[in-house]
Design a protein around this ligand. Structure first.
Ligand SMILES: NC(=O)c1ccc[n+]([C@@H]2O[C@H](COP(=O)([O-])OP(=O)(O)OC[C@H]3O[C@@H](n4cnc5c(N)ncnc54)[C@H](OP(=O)(O)O)[C@@H]3O)[C@@H](O)[C@H]2O)c1
Length: 290
């Protein structure tokens, strides 16, 4: 079995590649073949030269705020590039594993109950909309698909595209002695890329195409996450909870985007561990790495 992994140098890609059971061809925008989702013609080389059995797409345009002012760039990668990928996978009878986001939700601002795979999405940002359109195209065009929505990713490799993640940003700012004001009215589930990678593997083994939610278990706000990071690291930080209206950003974000794991349960696959345990494991691993 040969796996071609797009976005292999991103934080999820870095944790997924070593866990895939077979020959793994990590792909990026540089290297040979160079694969750039915003240049759909570059995808043809992937199929000609790599001849994969499974394509895993960890690549995305992930700049949530910047997407508001450059929607064409976000859609080029997250929607139209993904459409071509899905089309080519169907043509070559390849399986396609594609990652999406909790930001496909948010329109129902009163919701306080985890979203299941069968709930109707409603994005409130260009990024969320571009990812939702990408999901739909994968599901419509490529029968052998796994579409996996995840949330609040952090991994020891740091975000490839954004050059960091929330945990690292909090630790860096606290290390600089800066006062931190963190939003306390957006609830989601921070998720460790190792756990998402391992559950992705379980889904691949189960061999049942479809849409699945994969996050750690439980939920918290970004403020609660920051507080827990400092607590687990024994750091005293000057941390204040604030409402989102005190931290205006170009993109709107869901007030509540916790994802239910009904799909995993239907296959008898265990939900990834609680987010706090996963965070503690991440902090241990990063302290060994640095
Ligand atoms: N990060 C989160 O909190 C989060 C939350 C929910 C869902 N997700 C989804 O989870 C998946 C993995 O996210 P991640 O955090 O691992 O991302 P990441 O660390 O930012 O990595 C993204 C990867 O995509 C590549 N990429 C960007 N534009 C590309 C293009 N035009 N063509 C080909 N590759 C391109 C980047 O390559 P370069 O190294 O060349 O820049 C990078 O390797 C994505 O689908 C994302 O939407 C992420």
């Amino acid at each position: 079995m040969r796996y071609a992994v797009l976005g292999a140098a991103g934080q999820l890609g870095r944790d997924l590649c070593p866990r895939l059971p077979g020959e793994v061809v990590p792909l990026g925008r540089t290297g040979a073949p160079a694969v750039d989702l915003s240049r759909p013609e570059s995808l043809h080389a992937l199929f000609e030269e790599v001849r994969p059995d499974v394509v895993v797409n960890c690549a995305a345009y992930n700049f949530v705020d910047r997407a508001e002012s450059e929607p064409q760039e976000a859609f080029a990668v997250n929607t139209w590039g993904v459409r071509e990928l899905a089309r080519l996978c169907r043509e070559r009878d390849c399986q396609l594993v594609h990652f999406s986001t909790d930001y496909v939700f948010g329109l129902d601002q009163s919701r306080r109950q985890p979203w299941t795979e069968s709930d109707a999405p409603g994005p409130i940002s260009v990024y969320g909309l571009s990812k939702l359109a990408g999901e739909y195209l994968v599901r419509a065009l490529c029968p052998r698909h796994l579409v996996i929505r995840t949330c609040g990713l952090y991994g020891v490799w740091g975000s490839g595209g954004k050059g960091g993640n929330f945990v690292e940003t909090m630790l860096r700012l606290a290390g600089q002695g800066k006062p931190l004001r963190v939003v306390n009215d957006q609830t989601c589930t921070p998720s460790y890329t190792v756990d998402v990678a391992e559950t992705t593997l379980a889904l691949l083994n189960a061999g049942r195409p479809g849409l699945y939610h994969v996050t750690n278990s439980g939920s918290c706000t970004w403020y609660e996450l920051a507080r827990t990071i400092f607590e687990l690291c024994g750091i005293h930080a000057d941390l204040t909870p604030i409402p989102s209206c005190d931290y205006p950003t170009p993109a709107r974000r869901p007030a509540y985007s916790v994802l239910d794991h009904a799909g995993l349960r239907s296959l008898g696959i265990a939900s990834p561990r609680p987010w706090r345990e996963a965070l503690a494991a991440y902090l241990r691993e990063r302290s060994q790495k640095t």
